[in-house]
Design a protein around this ligand. Structure first.
Ligand code: GDG
Length: 733
């Protein structure tokens, strides 16, 4: 049966050596709980580092055996690998950059190499267990390039990826020397999940600017796959926090802590030691609060838990010193024998202790400079059985997009934080209940199990969609078969689009025309009396005539406005209206005026606004503006608006390539071999117009109704040369 493979840097277990014995301790983290329902089932497995350096072969085997029983599989990493891949590239390059502390980031080639090597090591472990049909779910910034590594080895696999930290804006992301490798690495997945919409739009903007891939509705076309990018705000195990808050152990602890702290109000702060969490600013805000509001002295304390983390990294050591100093300064300045302003703990606590803190706190002060989500804020709300309390939350945390009933602050604005603290401490009981009640209802619904379920459903959805859109890539074998049909046919029709299909897309008139090689191929094909070659293009008739008019082939210009048979002249199908141009031209000219780099092309029966050379982003913005502007005008004027490859074309509703192609199909109804090539979405009309026995071939990676796919215009030419060579396959690079 198909299984699910979870992959993350760390396994949800901690192994320690105590008195030469291995001690296993399972993790209580949110992710481990949420994914517990998956990885513990049947043959499913979680792959990751067990958190211990092991050299000895028999110890490794012992660990592998022990973990196997718990559906886990270790990736053993050496001390050097942890230093360079984890502490180095992950935590000193990616972490600061992704949290907008790019001036803290180091860019060292050897760390990147270690990152690549360790990602490859993870890939090897996956390959050992993965079978066709399995689902692989990769987590977080330590494994950004793993999706692509797995894709190379298992092209058909179903791969999901979730990023737990923010994805920075393009302006910050592009500072990384390995930006393209990282993006391409991520795009190996089928589904890419982020906490918020902002993260996903930053990612998509980097994708279109740095690796030139387009996207629509969060779907990116990557070679012949559609990759779905979406926001999945991570939830918590709501019931667990709610129930722990009611447990006897938690209540016992609350009584104990209360007796030592006294009756003053409590403001709670809990984080890992990290500069992204904004701890110094929080302390400064609390200091300012006590300075400006003497009436609150002795009446409120800050309970600050800082959980040791990454303390081998220099920045973290400095941060720890800064926090120690600020705490000392506040306590020294305002403290009394009977009152400690800041109760500071540099350690972690068991869950019931944490739960007691959540229960006791009148205010939770969660003020990160940047945070992917921030689960502490959610856990605090879930633990409030009496719905009493208030949450002050940074707008830079992903959680701020959901917890709208919190008091939102900018962590750089100390005065605003002071005001928020005052508002929170003075909040009337009914308001507290109302706000916490609202937030609880949402957290209960969008809990961690819901998050896992929705992610898996979306992965399934995109995989099914990929299957529906999958067109078969033309290989030598299929070309051979088609050539045989070609040779056996008595009457043949060959349709082809021009730009992007027979030649590369270009704006430069000097390079846009056909080269000798193409002309030669078309000439040989056209010489065969059994063949009828039809070029169906959006180009105007004069251009087509100049380029191809001297060949004995048929031409269709302007998407089907003008038709010409090899020995005849260009003529229109029916009388097509074009007076609308007087009205529409000034509108398009206005867009040219406002958008440097764009230009207007006028054809007999259509107007085209080109924006290929416009600044990335601005062109797309204007394109959307223009298409929505035209949406209101077009139906009344019997026009259609096509947004193609960096163009917006306005033309009469009666014209399309499919209609034109149908004329040939009707006239040459005895054709027993029909093939058609096209790369643009307007060529889909031609594909649709084809009879069942026709062979339809899409050029490029965009989704299509065509039966087959070919990579570029070069492959089309090679194919045509094969046909011209009496169906004998041309072997070349
Ligand atoms: C990353 C992203 C994103 C804290 N102290 C103790 C303790 N904790 C637990 C909390 C909470 C977790 O640690 C911290 O989670 P956060 O979300 O607040 O922050 P990160 O560790 O930075 O997590 C973050 C998250 O991934 C999930 O995607 O939200 O943005 O940075 O669950 O309860 N647990 C115990 N004792 C402690 O002293 N037992």
């Amino acid at each position: 049966m198909a299984k699910t493979i979870i992959v993350s840097n760390r396994l949800p277990i901690k192994i320690q050596k105590v008195n030469n014995e291995l001690v296993y301790q399972t993790s209580e983290g949110g992710l481990a709980t949420g994914l517990g329902s998956i990885y513990k089932e049947g043959e499913n497995v979680w792959i990751g580092w067990p958190g211990l350096y092991v050299e000895n072969k028999s110890t490794k085997e012992q660990i592998v055996d022990e973990l196997k029983g718990n559906n886990m599989r270790p990736v053993f990493l050496t001390e050097d690998e942890i230093k360079d891949y984890y502490e180095g590239f992950s935590n000193e390059t990616l972490w600061p950059t992704f949290h907008y502390f790019n001036n803290y980031a180091i860019h060292e080639e050897n760390l990147w190499e270690a990152y690549v090597n360790v990602n490859q090591k993870f890939c090897k472990e996956i390959i050992k267990v993965a079978e066709p049909g399995d689902t692989i779910w990769i987590h977080d910034y330590q494994l950004l390039i793993l999706p692509q590594l797995v894709r190379f080895k298992l092209p058909q696999s179903s791969i999901g990826f979730f990023l737990h930290i923010p994805f920075p804006s393009y302006e910050v992301f592009r500072l990384l020397p390995w930006r393209k490798e990282l993006l391409n690495g991520m795009l190996g997945a089928d589904l890419l999940g982020f906490h918020t919409y902002d993260d996903m739009r930053h990612f998509l903007s980097s994708v279109s600017r740095l690796v030139s891939l387009s996207h629509t509705n969060g779907q990116v076309d990557v070679s012949n796959r559609k990759v779905l990018v979406d926001a999945f705000p991570m939830g918590i195990d709501y019931d667990k926090y709610h129930e722990t808050a009611a447990s006897a152990e938690t209540l016992k602890r609350e009584v104990r802590y209360r007796s030592s702290i006294g009756n003053s109000k409590l403001v709670l702060s809990i984080d890992r030691l990290d500069y992204s969490k904004g701890i110094p600013n929080r302390l400064k805000a609390f200091e300012l609060f006590l300075r400006n509001n003497p009436e609150w002295r002795s009446k409120v304390s800050l309970l600050m838990v800082v959980v040791p983390s990454r303390d081998k990294v220099e920045r973290y050591k400095e941060l720890k010193e800064e926090i120690d100093e600020l705490t000392g300064r506040i306590n020294g300045q305002f403290g009394r024998l009977s009152w400690t302003p800041v109760h500071y703990f540099y350690r972690s606590f068991p869950l019931p202790a944490l739960s007691a803190f959540y229960r006791m706190a009148d205010v939770a002060l969660v003020t990160p400079m940047r945070d992917g989500m921030n689960l502490v804020a959610k856990e605090y709300i879930a633990s409030k059985l009496d719905k009493r309390g208030a949450l002050v939350l940074s707008e830079m945390a992903g959680a701020s997009k959901e917890l709208l009933d919190s008091i939102l602050i900018n962590p750089n604005d100390l005065n605003q934080m002071v005001e928020a603290l005052k508002t929170a401490l003075n909040m009337p009981a009914e308001e507290q209940e109302h706000r916490i009640g609202n937030m609880q209802a949402s957290l209960k619904k969008y809990n961690i199990h819901h998050w896992v379920k929705i992610f898996m459903e979306r992965l399934h959805y995109i995989k099914e969609k990929q299957k529906r859109l999958s067109t078969q890539l033309l290989d030598d074998q299929i070309i051979d078969d088609i050539s045989e049909r070609y040779m056996n046919a008595g009457r043949r029709l060959i349709f082809a689009d021009y730009d992007g299909t027979l030649s590369p897309h270009t704006d430069d008139p000097s390079t846009a025309g056909p080269d000798k090689e193409l002309l030669q191929t078309l000439k040989i094909l056209a010489k065969d009396p059994a063949n009828r070659i039809v070029i169906i293009s959006s180009r105007d008739k004069t251009t087509l005539q100049n380029w191809l008019g001297h060949l004995p082939i048929d031409l269709v210009a302007e998407h089907g406005v003008w038709l010409k048979e090899a020995d005849g002249e260009f003529h229109t199908i029916d009388k097509i209206e074009n007076r609308w141009k007087y009205e529409i031209r000034p509108i398009l000219e206005d867009y040219v005026g406002r958008t440097p780099g764009s230009f207007l092309e006028e054809k007999d029966y259509s107007l085209v606004w080109h924006y290929r050379r416009v600044e990335t982003g601005l062109g797309e913005l204007r394109m959307r503006e223009l298409t929505s502007h035209m949406k209101y005008l077009a139906p009344n004027m019997n026009l259609q608006v096509l947004d193609g490859d960096n163009i917006v074309e306005v033309k009469s509703l009666e014209v399309n390539k499919g209609k034109a192609a149908s004329r040939w199909i009707e006239k040459f109804s005895n054709a027993d071999f029909i093939v058609t090539f096209g790369d643009d979405w307007t060529d889909e009309d031609t594909f649709k117009a084809m009879p069942e026995h026709a062979i339809t071939i899409k050029v490029g990676s965009a989704p299509s109704i065509a039966e087959y796919r070919i990579q570029t215009y070069k492959d089309v030419r090679k194919f045509l040369r094969t046909l011209a060579n009496n169906g004998k396959l041309i072997k070349e690079k």
